[in-house]
Design a protein around this ligand. Sequence first.
Ligand code: NAD
Length: 333
Amino acid sequence: MKKIIVAGAGGFIAGHLVKELLKKGNIVRAVDIKPLNEWYQVFPEAENLVLDLRLRENCYKAVNGYNEVFNLAADMGGMGFIENNKAACMISVLINTHLLIASKDCGINRLFYASSACVYNGEKQTDPNNPGLKESDAYPALAEDGYGWEKLFSERMCRHFMEDFGLTSRIARFHNVYGPFGTYDGGREKAPAAICRKVIEASVTGKKEIVIWGDGHQTRSFMYIDDCIKGIQDIMYSNIEEPINLGSSEMVSINQLVDIVEEIAGYKLERKYDLDAPKGVRGRNSENSLIRHYLGWEPSIPLKTGMKKTYDWIKEQMLQDSESKKEISRFNK
Ligand code: NAD
């Protein structure tokens, strides 16, 4: 039985990770800056702490007496958020710096750091027919401004804490993760959840149009949360000392993603393209030779399967939300 800290546990991916680590019988300390009632998932069996991990003293409180750290805490969101909040994204460097220092000082055995495909050189992502980004494509460095540079810097800090202080770290570069218990509105949501929400809204209200950011030809790959949670643990307990891709290689255009959601909903919409909206790079995919080499595995849950589960969960949330709004307005009358 290990004593494990999960940072960012009130968020999407780390919430699922806490669930899995508890299921395996570990002792888990879950930490997030958000008040507990805003966490996507809360598990009473875990020790749940509300702490701002940008502060060094809070990082000591978080790691003290524990053995391992999974660091998934970051001020982040989809393209709409990271393009308009570059400074906020870069301030996550305080979380990563102070967690590394506290982990070194408190004798943490192993630390996982959640990096991102946003570290990759933008010039290698100008073609929608992206052949897949291999790990070496992060250099020469030309990361996504703000968020991507911070991730690349923090990856490098992990490496030097390992080299200079012997703090074992493992780093995965996530490519778009999606699934239930994630953000689907409010400005931080990513494309899969945003498209589900828009199609659900339209199908419920009878609206005939959907607004798509960009021209719809930009490409991405999307990894279902179950693959992500397996990959995080397999990488954490592997001997992989370099940052490694953790993503699906099933690349689709945004138009194809909308096709999938429309098929799930059984509802077709007329597409309007907002060419001024944040749209990110032109083409991005995960090249998975390295993870196949090390783990004999790669994320493989088909997009259609994962999107169906995600769509159903978001629809349920939206219906519950509209029911409770109706309740409140009935109560206020
Ligand atoms: P999320 O926003 O749902 O979760 C991040 C959590 O970190 C949030 O709950 C937030 O409150 C918490 N946090 C922010 N600042 C904090 C602070 N100062 N102290 C403590 N907690 C703080 O995001 P997610 O999608 O679950 O992402 C988890 C990690 O994976 C992040 O590091 C993110 O950059 C990385 N990542 C995610 C994706 C993706 O597609 N979701 C892709 C690439 C990388």
